[in-house]
Design a protein around this ligand. Structure first.
Ligand code: PMP
Length: 690
């Protein structure tokens, strides 16, 4: 039986063009792959397979000059190219290796070839259950299996990836052709390590690692190196292994796209509803927010601005956990800070220095902040600020505008007020945003006076000129504490919050959400004279000084400052608002919906008549999900969205979504186009952001 390694390589790479010939410590990457593969004792020959495009002429010539045979075939048909290369090489067993894995290991190749040659399987690899570092991927399969795949697989997406149909790795979405498979595991799980080259960070890691490694090394030497060097370990993290599939899906957008399947999401919901009321801890993350049956309901993992649901579908995420994820999922700097702290402890019996570090940072960057206290949820911070204002003024009444959390004093003003005592409800009044006259009236008509006015300085809407200034003047005149709820605006609009962006300084301000890139922490900050009263009221919780979140918050604030986050979000938001509105207009939907809001927080405004709104929202969310976008009522942005390619991909997916919505609305039965139950509004105040 002739065993041939076929190394796939091409120069075109959207993230790292020319990577096959990229220099790694004095040698081209492909040369390293050829050498290391060649060191495997179980191979009879090595071939390189590349595309027939002119961009790969130089690569083909380079490899041929080294004496390695090269097969060239159609660019997007990697399966066909591999099958043809196997025929040309007269291979009976094919060892599939890719040229972006310069640390591929001969001993691992030999181990998997040996497993395959036991003769009881069609496919053996170390990729079905991952335990080896990503970058030691080796797949071995029979020529018969490859030829059958070549003849029977029609889906262009599957033809880009050669083995999913044989290995069955896509599960029910792609039932394998009845092949038998075997997985080779390492005893310890090192699958979190990433030793392949897809982007600049990976190349940087490879260069640094090769500079420190001897000329001849095995994968355990690399393991020892990264374990001993935390800086190397930090950049050597695993990206999402499905990113490639997602990219290909976008590239083949014109081809027939399979409808995503949400079978596992639906099964999990049925399971969750048996033991968890609502099946979720948060209304806006629950099945009520998406079209049940036609959208993901459970997520499996996230990386950067993308998430993968439990069915394996990938989405560009514009919800981001309802805004906490401001840098991106698994941000390496924040995760490293959490890991460093994890080694020291999580919750202690005394405060830590981290509390001073975080308080000092907030005092340094938020105009009203002279002192700070921390909580876990945004509602902790707003409720503490309200109690503080009541204690300070000796008054009970509160004026609110917008959404401020789940506690009695606020939620009693919404339609979801069940369980809130009437006596508590009577103490909170509402006033419309941007309507300083109605606030003036409210404050003037109550003889006992108001303890606090709390509002989002910039939420779904931005302030009209003079509004915030008038609110400031009114509260000063009435001796009322002014609280800016910056739980959404905090750090996204400006490092100092909306109060810095608009030059109006409140007495107290609350932050949460984006403070720690997803870790649970919130803050009340404000004038020292007021904040000192925290010692008199009761604001005290077991987890108030939990150290992982403090460490994450410090790393997040540092990275937001270093990356110029607010400017990045504004630029990306502007591009998305303009592009999405153009797509709505192209599809004849401009009269029904538009993207507005601040460029740092684009809002999907539904302008359709009230009776049609819920169907339109449901159709939009359904089609967004079908096209790989997780979007609810706004475009929640993070640093990882700041990529032209992500913007392009998003706008193309939006265009397809709007076309599907238009077709549905023009059909005789628009509601019949819903593939599941329509979305349900939680309550009137802010639709789906809470
Ligand atoms: N204030 C505002 C402006 C919010 O958007 C939210 C949450 N969406 C809160 C307060 C309450 O925060 P949490 O849900 O973390 O308690």
């Amino acid at each position: 039986m002739r065993t041939v390694a076929i190394i796939q390589a091409r120069m075109a790479s959207s993230r790292l063009p020319g990577k096959a010939l990229a220099d790694i410590a004095g040698r081209a990457m492909v040369d390293r792959v050829l050498d290391r593969t060649g060191a495997a004792g179980s191979l009879d020959a090595i071939w390189l397979a590349t595309s027939d495009q002119a961009t790969d002429d130089g690569l083909a010539a380079h490899v041929e000059a080294l004496g390695t045979p090269v097969f060239r075939g159609e660019e997007d048909d990697v399966l066909g190219r591999t099958a043809s290369a196997a025929r040309a090489a007269q291979a009976d067993a094919i060892v599939r290796v890719t040229a972006d894995c310069p640390m591929i290991d001969p001993s691992v190749i030999d181990r998997i070839v040996e497993r395959f040659h036991r003769g009881d399987v069609d496919f053996a690899s170390n990729t079905l259950t991952r335990t080896y570092p990503d970058g030691l991927d080796t797949e071995v399969f029979s020529r018969a299996a490859l030829d059958r795949a070549d003849a029977e697989v029609a889906d262009p997406l599957l033809r880009l990836h050669v083995t999913p149909w044989i290995s069955g790795v896509l599960g029910e979405r792609c039932p394998n052709g009845g092949f038998t498979t075997a997985n080779v595991c390492h005893g310890v799980d090192f699958s979190h390590l990433r030793w392949c080259v897809d982007d600049d960070d990976d190349l940087d890691f490879m260069r640094r690692a090769h500079a420190a490694l001897p000329a001849e090394f095995g994968w355990l030497d690399v393991l020892a190196l990264v374990t001993a060097a935390p800086a190397l370990l930090r950049i050597n993290r695993r990206h999402d292994m499905w990113e490639g599939v997602d990219r290909d899906r976008a590239r083949l957008a014109g081809a027939d796209r399979p409808q995503p399947c949400f079978q596992r999401s639906n099964m999990l919901l049925n399971r969750a509803l048996k033991t968890i009321p609502l099946g979720s801890q948060t209304f806006s993350k629950s099945h009520q927010t998406y079209v049940r049956g036609a959208a993901p309901l459970f997520v499996e993992r996230g990386h950067g601005c993308r998430v993968r649901d439990v069915d394996g579908n990938m989405f560009i995420d514009y919800v981001l956990g309802l805004l906490p994820v401001v840098l991106g999922y698994c941000d390496p700097d924040v995760d490293a800070a959490i890991q460093d702290q994890l080694e020291r402890g999580i919750t202690f019996s005394l405060p830590t220095e981290l509390e001073c570090d975080l308080a000092e940072r907030l005092v340094g960057q938020v105009p009203c902040a002279e002192m700070a206290r921390f909580g876990k949820n945004g509602s902790d911070a707003t409720s503490a600020a309200i109690r503080l204002a009541r204690a300070h003024t000796g008054r009970d009444r509160i004026a609110v505008c917008g959404y401020h959390g789940w506690h009695d004093w606020y939620i009693g003003t919404t339609s979801r007020d069940l369980g809130v005592p009437a006596a508590v409800k009577a103490l909170t009044a509402t006033f419309p945003y941007n309507d300083a006259d109605s606030l003036a009236q409210l404050l003037a008509t109550d003889s006992d006076g108001y303890a606090a006015v709390i509002l989002e300085p910039h939420g779904l809407l931005g302030p009209e000129p003079g509004f915030l200034e008038t609110v400031r003047a009114l509260t000063e005149r009435h001796g009322t504490v002014l609280i800016f709820d910056e739980i959404v605006s905090g750090f996204r609009i400006d490092p100092g919050g909306a109060q810095a962006a608009y030059g109006v300084t409140p007495d107290l301000a609350t932050f949460g959400k984006a403070l720690a890139n997803g870790m649970p922490i919130s803050a009340v900050v404000g004038r020292a004279a007021l904040m000192r009263r925290m010692e008199e009221i009761f604001f005290s919780t077991t987890f108030g000084g939990e150290a992982l979140s403090l460490a994450a918050a410090i790393a997040t604030l540092d990275k937001m400052a270093a990356s110029g986050l607010a400017a990045c979000l504004a630029r990306r938001g502007r591009g998305l608002i303009d592009g999405a509105n153009a797509a709505l207009a192209r599809n004849g939907l401009a009269g029904l919906a538009r993207f507005g809001g601040g460029s740092w927080w684009p809002i999907l405004e539904i302008t359709a008549p009230e009776a049609e709104r819920n169907l339109l929202v449901s159709l939009l969310r359904q089609e967004f999900a079908a096209n790989g976008l997780l979007i609810a009522a706004s475009l929640n942005l993070c640093l990882a969205h700041d990529d032209d390619k992500v913007e392009r991909e998003t706008l193309e997916a939006m265009d397809r979504s709007f076309t599907a919505v238009r077709d549905a609305l023009e059909s005789p039965d628009p509601a019949g186009r819903l593939r599941g139950a329509p979305v349900k509004a939680t309550f009137a105040v802010r639709g789906a952001q809470t």
